[in-house]
Ligand binder design. Structure first.
Ligand SMILES: [Zn+2]
Length: 96
């Protein structure tokens, strides 16, 4: 065991520290939500053809006119175009 350990390599001088750059604030990355595939409006569901007659299954918007149908919700009808909303009248009068 006459071998002497090799001299350790001279320590590499640490690189000169650069002047501290302004730390850029990193915005938290937004996670993309999985999107549901876009569905087109199925307009044919709004009409019913019976022989030669055509029936519209939805009420039309009084503001927007023909071709704008009101969406049916639980207690109201809403126009998605202008936001017009009518509430269904309750059969029972709460003040009675
Ligand atoms: Zn409307």
């Amino acid at each position: 065991m006459s071998k002497q350990p090799a001299p350790a390599p001279a320590p590499v001088p640490a690189p000169a520290t650069e002047p501290a750059a302004p730390v850029e604030e990193k915005k938290p990355e937004k996670k993309a939500k999985p999107k549901a595939p876009k569905r087109r409006i199925q307009v044919y569901k709004l009409y019913k053809v019976d022989g030669d007659s055509l029936a519209r299954l939805r009420k039309e918007c009084p503001r927007c006119g023909k071709g704008y149908f009101m969406a049916q919700h639980g207690d109201r009808l809403t126009c998605g175009h202008c936001g017009y909303t009518t509430y269904a009248q309750k059969k029972q009068d709460p003040h009675a």
